[in-house]
Design a protein around this ligand. Structure first.
Ligand SMILES: [Zn+2]
Length: 381
């Protein structure tokens, strides 16, 4: 059974870049040094693992108080309903104190992007993990801990993505910090199993990410009810953009010849992408970046690529490209010239370019998805 709260410890030294605290979109703001909420507030402890199914809601109930105790881990707690069409049933046990902007700390740039869009004008968002940072391996630094403790709200991906931050997030919750895993918006039916856990890379199915947006909206609306109309409107606007993006991705992938719809990347980050948009996906490493691809696995993949005459494979911005190069070599030994199709953003956004429109800006979620899709389609078409 998956543990929804405490990410498994992924232990590895295989990585391109050890984490660096990179304020990806915003500089470390001055308010981080101002008065601290200190994590001392007393309130109902909200598990970030709050699941839709924790409380069975009477149909039509707009808001369901869903406070899980420590036992809310199991899949049986997972709901069977499929979407959060209306606010709730996330429960935020206290409201904002009125000092703006609301200070939000997020783990990944993708999560920060959701909060930034939804809370625009009322929140100041800080992403702990910048471009090229591998969230499976990221360890919070002392400065991160301070930022988290001073934050009004903390959002993270969950599903064990932030494997090395599990204890810290749990400790923050025990201090009464309001922490939310955006993937608690998803149901077991949405998720792809991986052993006894679930694959955390949900952002590559844009429709699933749209559901995570709804959770962020619901949290902000409850936490700061004075601006609930703004959060509702902003989430609707950004949600429409995401649904258009989803359709665009679908159309783009269909322009690849069916026999070439095979995506081989450095690690297994693209299973949701493959499932949603119709590509067969192979990661040279497993779901996490912890595992070393064995030589025999690389050989098996090389055989498949040569037999099916797949034109290109891809490296990832946050994963060591060594195994991808080994695979290209293995193909060459078999007489198949597979080429490097380019670099995909997998577990981190790219650099944010201030003057570049969102849809072409790899430092935004939309820009990241579009970059990946363009790269994949150009290489495989
Ligand atoms: Zn990953």
């Amino acid at each position: 059974m998956p543990n929804w709260v405490a990410p498994a410890a992924h232990d590895t030294s295989d990585r391109r870049s050890q984490a660096t605290c990179d304020s990806q979109h915003l500089q470390c703001p001055s308010w981080w040094r101002s008065e601290s909420s200190g994590g001392t507030e007393v309130g109902v402890r909200l598990r970030a693992s709050v699941r839709l199914g924790c409380v069975v809601a009477v149909a039509g109930l707009a808001l369901v108080a869903c406070v899980c105790g420590l036992g809310c881990h199991s899949n049986s707690d997972h709901p069977t309903n499929t979407a959060l069409a209306q606010p709730g049933p996330i429960f935020v046990p206290r409201q904002h104190n009125g000092n703006y902007p609301i200070r939000v700390v997020c783990t990944t740039g993708m999560v920060a992007d959701l909060v930034r869009h939804t809370g625009d004008g009322h929140v100041q968002v800080h992403a702990l993990m910048g471009p090229g940072v591998d969230p499976h391996l990221y360890k919070a630094r002392p400065n991160d801990v301070r930022l988290l403790q001073e934050a009004d709200l903390v959002f993270y991906n969950g599903l064990h993505l932030e494997g090395k931050m599990a204890e810290l997030l749990q400790s923050l919750r025990h201090q009464g910090k309001l922490t939310f895993a955006v993937t608690t918006a998803l149901t077991a039916e949405d998720l792809l199993p991986d052993g006894g856990e679930f694959d955390p890379h949900v952002w590559f199915n844009v429709r699933l990410w749209h559901k995570c947006l709804e959770l962020v909206r619901d949290v902000l609306m409850q936490y700061d009810p004075g601006h609930r109309d703004d959060y509702q409107r902003l989430a609707e606007e950004y949600g429409s953009q995401l649904l258009r993006l989803d359709e665009w991705v679908r159309q783009q992938v269909q322009s690849i010849p069916p026999a070439q719809r095979v995506l081989v990347t450095a690690h297994d980050a693209f299973r949701y992408f493959g499932q949603a948009y119709g590509l067969e996906v192979h990661g040279i490493q497993g779901i996490s970046t912890e595992s070393e691809a064995s030589l025999s696995e690389i050989d098996t993949l090389a055989e498949m690529l040569a037999r099916r005459k797949i034109k290109a494979i891809f490296v990832e911005s946050s994963v060591n490209p060594r195994n991808v190069q080994a695979l290209i070599e293995a193909c060459r030994r078999r007489g198949h010239a597979v080429r490097l199709g380019g670099e995909l953003f997998s577990d981190a956004l790219g650099e944010l370019h201030q003057e570049v429109p969102e849809q072409d800006n790899p430092g935004t979620y939309v820009g990241m998805i579009r970059h990946n899709v363009r790269t994949i389609v150009e290489a495989l078409r």
